[in-house]
Design a protein. Structure first.
Length: 277
């Protein structure tokens, strides 16, 4: 961790009701996938002060379970890298964006039959993978999911795919999206992994939806993250924040870099600063 306190930029102040948006993995939680007690208490104080809390994650419906209910410390959860908004209290779906079926078909066709790339497709109650590898098995076991291995695009629920992921040689998927003019966007969510969303869908677009729901101006959003899939919300929020363990690109983009990292309650530090403004 840095050895000195992070300084708040003088031109970055929010007055009125705030929306705090936080990435989950590597930002709000560390290796144990649980909120620290300081963070939990800080979020409660923030909400009790009348502000709104939202987790904004690339996670899909299958890998939310290992938060063990910690997501209920928020008012909302954005998952699927912006494609779905849930009300945290009861997991009700408030907004859902589906991928274009023909784009899903074309991307699956481009990735099938190649040993160096795995394409995941997630729909309601469904996860499909183009290949089963030890890495895929380790991931799906960790989220308690038994994926279907599809041999052709026609085996996918084409009209219901919410989000896709590619791992391994992701350049194959990127080339298909770019070269084929597919109605899809993509963003790196981990080294060697990209999240693939419907065109125009991302964490910031979902936060704009939430702002409309809550009557909060976009300039009153504080967004915190650590990795490249947090870039759009950190860049466009009223205040963009990088936790201490963020990658250099995100630290360079942020208005403030926190002293603490995800293993040491960075979000509690942030809440204290926001409430003190």
């Amino acid at each position: 961790m840095p050895g000195c306190e992070a300084l708040w930029p003088m031109d970055k102040r929010i007055t009125g009701r705030m929306l705090l948006a936080m990435d989950i993995d590597g930002t709000s939680v560390g290796r144990d996938h649980r909120l620290g007690e300081k963070t939990r208490q800080a979020l409660r104080r923030f909400r009790q002060a009348g502000h709104v809390v939202c987790f904004a994650s690339g996670r899909n419906e299958f890998d939310m379970w290992n938060m063990c209910g910690d997501h209920r410390e928020a008012d909302y959860v954005i998952c699927n890298t912006g494609g779905k908004i849930l009300r945290a209290a009861d997991d009700a779906v408030l907004s859902l964006h589906l991928a274009d079926a023909e784009s899903v078909r074309a991307l699956a066709g481009a990735c099938l039959g190649h040993d160096d790339c795995v394409l995941y497709a997630i729909a309601a109650g469904y996860m499909g993978v183009s290949r089963m590898t030890p890495g895929v098995r380790e991931y799906t076991d960790s989220i308690r999911c038994r994926p279907a291995v599809y041999a052709s695009a026609e085996e996918l629920p084409l009209a219901g795919v919410q989000v896709m992921m590619a791992s391994g040689n992701v350049s194959r998927a990127v080339a298909a999206i770019r070269g084929g003019g597919l109605a899809l966007d993509y963003v790196s969510s981990d080294p060697g992994v990209i999240d693939i969303t419907p065109r125009g869908v991302g964490k910031w677009s979902a936060l704009l939806e939430l702002c409309r729901m809550e009557g909060i101006p976009p300039e009153n959003v504080a967004a915190a993250g650590n990795y490249l899939n947090d870039r759009d919300m950190i860049e466009h929020a009223g205040i963009g924040i990088a936790v201490g363990n963020a990658v250099p690109e995100i630290k360079a983009l942020a208005d403030i870099v926190l002293q603490h990292d995800c293993e040491h309650d960075a979000i509690a530090e942030l809440v204290d600063k926001l409430l003190a403004m």
